[in-house]
Design a protein around this ligand. Structure first.
Ligand SMILES: [Zn+2]
Length: 142
């Protein structure tokens, strides 16, 4: 273990702070401060549905992060805490403090994100276009 007991305590505190923050957010009513227009035109209705969907997405992201933080809270006491689950390298105190739910070092995380982007948005490689010799004498430019 490369982290000192003080650093571990700080990370635990960071996990707890983030958990509390999310719990507070999740306990707020989703539509707080937002009054859906009852007598609106089509555009307004579509817009309010859009907002509801965005809220729902944000909430589910929070729920996922909360689960990760719960896992981290358990992981922090285990022997392999703080080591990248992909490459086994030290994740590092600063990264763990800022993102206590992180399970990968920054390099592996970035690699993974790049792979995911590649997977979800494959950029097909265009085969190099063969230069076509136009043997038909259509062109009479010269
Ligand atoms: Zn790694």
């Amino acid at each position: 273990m490369y982290l000192t007991p003080e650093q571990l305590a700080e990370i635990k505190q960071s996990i707890e702070n983030q958990r509390q923050e999310i719990l507070k957010k999740l306990n707020e009513p989703a539509d707080e401060g937002y009054e859906p227009e009852v007598r609106g035109d089509e555009a307004d209705i579509a817009n309010s549905e859009g907002i509801a969907m965005t809220m729902e997405r944000l909430r589910s992201r929070d729920v996922r992060l909360l689960k990760k933080l719960d896992e981290a809270a358990r992981w922090v006491d285990s022997e392999d805490f703080g080591y990248c689950e992909s490459c086994g390298e030290e994740i590092g105190f600063k990264r763990l403090l800022a993102r206590p739910a992180a399970r990968q070092c920054i390099e592996c995380k970035q690699n993974e994100e790049q792979r995911e982007r590649g997977y979800y948005h494959p950029r097909p490689r265009k085969p190099a276009k063969p230069i076509q010799r136009d043997d038909d004498d259509e062109g009479e430019l010269d």
